[in-house]
Ligand binder design. Structure first.
Ligand code: F6R
Length: 614
């Protein structure tokens, strides 16, 4: 993982790097660091390690350092190789201390390169894989290469998914960066030019943004950004259309990004659904690059994703099978490609990834392409690596999500996947147009219904505060309630660090019910579906064993309400759309419990938002 940034130009400031890093901290925060160069060739490095507050410490250490820098590199770390120490914090330098590198990803062959470099006299000062890059560059520069040539030679020798930016203090105005299967963009502004892991890092500083492809090298100088392939051929720099504004990337009055993003869900779902129905009442998916004929030929669908995105994919399985009758298999991305999946050109593999950069999902999608399946990605980030590589893309329009725990992208993913399921049904004529219209008319009511759920925030907060001290939580649901249960448990684990398990309600009696006693709290997803009675029976089974019961039930459902110690009400909707509403009280509960426990909800320990390592 890790977030990287570089800036160069008369207007380049240390502050730009620090602000950029603050917006990249969702990528990791084990440590943070900057290296900044002056025109006279001096290179200063500041590095900080302070639990989840490394970036604050870095800003503190940088206070009082005079500006007057003309270029610099910044890094926020999610540790993979080497413990969380100052020595292992980036930027890393070569032996001379003249070449600085910030890196995201893993150099898989670093051990062999390191021993080779040590044999030729290089001295390492960290345990990181990154440091080999600085020493490799040093060798190439010593042998007369330019920094651009040295970066090109180096990336060809490094194995693994990564991006890095390098600076040479002897010519500090030139930053050279490259990427392979890891995010990297460039941006030009009036006072400075930039390279960074993502767009929000340089929003408000750059006004034009550019895409960097795999195995390309970008040379960023004060008045210019140039792109090359690994043979040194000059490439056209593709512009990225950026619709996000700076305000979307900052907290906007909320105490943290997570609460801001929970409350942005009505807008995120509304925007994701906007303009998807034409005047003939047909679903239109403008970004869809697969034609109706190709979609009609599909006879099998796989859905892959990780964590919260996987849970959205689980909901989609029910919808696609129900509306299209195409069999759907689901797989966790990191398992998919190692199980030798049976795919052919009539298989559609749907990758669900808000970032579009998660390495496990990207690798699963690449495997699917190699096996000649059609690929479609559901992503929140325009021009993300997966969006570019897939045969088709469907964007959620949730705006940037900074909080590490995914919330608004999850409900937007479900909305987008439901649209996709309806679209598949439409092109295959597997349901009547009137049914599509009916479901869509229910879908566009979701934003208003989400508002209604969010209105109970204060009472959910009270319940969460009353549960400080509870040590075990269980979440149960059936059919589309099952992914909601898994997501409720995942949210709680991520930010409260408490044991929380999600189960299919009917499975509990096959073992897990042995754990139920009066110290347990069980959340039951009992909104009305055809399985309501069965789910209610499963709730009864845990209630009689003494567990405290919290129910997610439809407004005014008195038959459900009598069974719960606490009721979180949600409006009624079409049963397949219910997860969009049912998950929201669970997000709010997890949020308030974590806040009550004094946890940093935006920066949960050990996590990073975009996981670009396998
Ligand atoms: C949980 C969470 C993670 C992500 C997962 C996939 O709150 O955010 O489980 O859902 O790492 O990330 P994307 O969707 O970017 O592929």
């Amino acid at each position: 993982m890790c977030g990287i940034i570089g800036s160069t130009g008369e207007g380049a400031t240390l502050n730009d790097l620090l602000e950029g890093l603050a917006r990249l901290e969702y990528r990791g925060y084990d440590s943070a660091g900057v290296a900044v160069a002056r025109a006279d060739g001096t290179l200063d490095r500041i590095r900080a390690v302070d639990g989840t507050a490394s970036l604050e410490l870095l800003a503190e250490l940088a206070k009082g350092k005079s500006e007057g820098y003309i270029a610099g590199l910044g890094h926020t770390r999610w540790a993979t190789h080497g413990r969380v120490t100052t020595d292992n914090a980036h930027p890393h330098f070569d032996c001379s201390g003249r070449i600085g590198v910030v890196h995201n990803g893993i150099v898989e062959n670093f051990r062999e390169l390191k021993s080779e470099l040590e044999q030729t006299g290089h001295v390492f000062s960290s345990q990181t894989d990154t440091e080999v890059i600085a020493h490799l560059l040093e060798d190439y520069l010593k042998h007369g290469s330019t920094l651009k040539e040295a970066v090109t030679e180096s990336i060809s020798r490094l194995r693994g998914a990564m991006s890095f930016v390098a600076l040479d203090a002897d010519d500090p105005k030139i930053l050279v960066a490259t990427k392979r299967m890891a995010p990297l963009i460039a941006g030009s502004g009036s006072g400075a030019n930039f390279v960074a892991s993502d767009i929000p890092a340089i929003l408000g500083k750059a006004d034009t943004f550019y895409q960097i492809g795999n195995d390309q090298v970008v040379v960023v100088s004060p008045g210019d950004i140039k792109l090359f392939d690994l043979s040194g051929n000059s490439l056209e720099l593709p512009e990225i259309a950026v619709e996000w504004d700076l305000e979307a990337a900052v907290k906007g009055g909320y105490p943290d990004f997570m609460s801001k993003e929970i409350f942005e869900q009505p807008a995120a779902v509304r925007d994701t659904l906007l303009g998807r129905l034409n005047s003939e009442g047909e679903i239109v998916l403008d970004e869809m690059r697969l034609n109706p004929e190709e979609l009609r030929n599909i006879n099998k669908v796989f859905i892959v994703g990780c964590g919260t995105s996987f849970h959205a994919g689980m909901v989609a399985k029910f919808a696609i099978e129900h509306w299209t009758r195409i069999p759907v298999e689901l797989d966790i991305s990191s398992e998919f490609r190692y199980r030798d999946p049976v795919l052919d050109p009539q298989t559609l593999v749907i990758g669900v990834s808000q970032s579009g950069e998660t390495l496990d999902t990207m690798a699963a999608m690449n495997e699917a392409s190699m096996l000649s399946a059609k690929t479609l990605v559901v992503s929140n980030v325009m021009g993300s690596s997966m969006a570019r590589a897939a045969d088709a893309v469907l964007y959620t329009r949730a705006g940037p999500e900074i909080g590490v725990a995914a919330t608004k992208t999850h409900t937007s993913q479900i909305a987008a996947l439901l649209l996709l399921a309806l679209y598949l049904a439409q092109v295959r004529h597997s349901i009547y147009p009137s049914e599509i219209a009916d479901v869509y008319s229910e879908m566009i009511k979701l934003p208003q219904k989400i508002e209604e759920v969010l209105a109970s925030d204060a009472s959910i907060e009270e319940v969460a505060q009353s549960m400080v001290g509870i040590k075990r939580f269980y979440f149960i649901g059936r059919q589309v309630g099952y992914p909601v249960a898994l997501e409720g448990a995942l949210k709680l684990k991520e930010i409260s660090y408490l044991p929380a398990e999600g189960y299919p309600a009917g499975e509990l009696k096959h073992g897990p019910i042995a754990m139920i006693d009066s110290d347990a709290v069980v959340f039951g997803i009992v909104t009305r579906t055809r399985l309501w009675e069965k789910t209610i029976s499963n709730v009864e089974e845990v209630r009689v064993r003494g567990a405290k019961i919290v129910l997610i039930a439809n407004q005014g459902d008195s038959e459900s309400e009598v069974l719960g110690d606490v009721i979180f009400e949600v409006p009624k909707t079409h049963p397949l759309l219910a997860p969009v509403l049912d998950v929201i009280p669970l997000q709010l509960f997890a949020y308030h419990l974590a806040v009550a426990l004094g946890n940093d909800v935006d920066r949960p320990r050990n996590l990073a938002k975009t996981v670009t390592v396998e």
